[in-house]
Design a protein around this ligand. Structure first.
Ligand code: GLU
Length: 281
């Protein structure tokens, strides 16, 4: 067995659908090709949207597709203290700050229809007195990673931010510029970690050497490169797989995108049918 370790990291916010099957097949194929391992990680940080029955559904669907993983399943909700420790480290280094602006306030300061998560929103820490006043009123807040502080902390290493991509013709160094995302949210008052923080922490902790993920997660990989560099975590190599398209080559119809593997199965589809439906054209 090689030292190649990858992972499948679904969020149990619903049943798995064809898009997840594409990811899973890509992850397991990459591991098989390398003679490596696949870990299963349940990304259930958002306790309002994640449900234990969906987690059971994930295990059932993977077993049905004949995909088995190595070692114990890691459930992120059992590791909140580890993510808080990362936040404490970033906080002690002055890299994060509390932002009390609500989504609505941010949206109202943007052009109509703009997504507050996509506009590179940048704020600033409040003065200690202002902050104490908000906290005394129990105001909600987000912990944001300050791009300005990160840039200052990294110096020349800021310009060298990159990730390594595995392509069919070899490894490629991809420059990573997280600026377009602004000061990303790393945690909220009542949510101990964002996806970015928990994902990068766990990839490092679990010794993930290769991440295989959809093209839709390529852009945020720049945020991950920044977090890894700030925390001194090892960087996995990334491979991005194409997203599943409809028969017309366009985005998969909502009906098929939302239909669960369990529903396809109930209609008599076999795992081989699912493989054929999700195979690249
Ligand atoms: N939980 C994320 C998802 O389901 C993980 C993807 C990743 O980091 O590769 O999209």
């Amino acid at each position: 067995m090689s030292d190649y370790i990858t992972r499948f990291a679904p969020s149990p916010t619903g049943r798995l659908h064809l898009g997840h099957a594409v990811s899973a097949f890509n992850v397991w194929a990459a591991a098989a090709e390398a003679g490596g391992k696949v870990y299963l990680r349940i990304e259930d940080i958002d306790q309002t949207r994640c449900k234990i029955e969906f987690e059971a559904g994930i295990l059932e669907d993977l077993a049905w597709m004949g995909l088995s993983w190595d070692g114990p399943v890691r459930r992120q909700s059992e590791h909140f203290s580890e993510y808080s420790a990362v936040l404490d480290t970033l906080r002690a280094r002055g890299l994060i700050y509390r932002c009390f602006r609500t989504r609505r306030e941010i949206a109202s300061s943007l052009p109509a229809g703009a997504d507050p998560d996509e506009t590179g929103f940048v704020s600033r820490p409040l003065s200690p007195t202002e902050e104490a006043a908000r906290l005394a009123h129990n105001a909600a807040f987000a912990w944001r990673l300050s791009l300005a502080a990160a840039r200052a902390a990294l110096g020349d290493a800021w310009r060298a931010l990159h990730y390594t991509e595995e392509t069919p013709i070899g490894l490629r160094r991809v420059p990573a510029d997280p600026s377009r995302f602004g000061d990303v949210v790393l945690a909220r008052k009542d949510t101990p970690a964002s996806y970015h923080l928990a994902c990068c922490h766990d990839d490092a902790l679990q010794g993930i050497t290769h991440v295989v993920r959809g093209e839709d997660l390529r852009a945020v990989t720049a945020i991950h490169a920044l977090l890894q560099t700030l925390m001194g975590w090892p960087q996995p190599v990334y491979r991005f797989h194409p997203l599943l398209l409809g028969p017309d080559g366009k985005k998969l119809s909502k009906r098929n995108a939302d239909k669960s593997l369990a529903a396809w199965r109930a209609e008599g589809m076999t795992p081989e049918d699912i493989r054929a439906m999700t195979a690249p054209a």
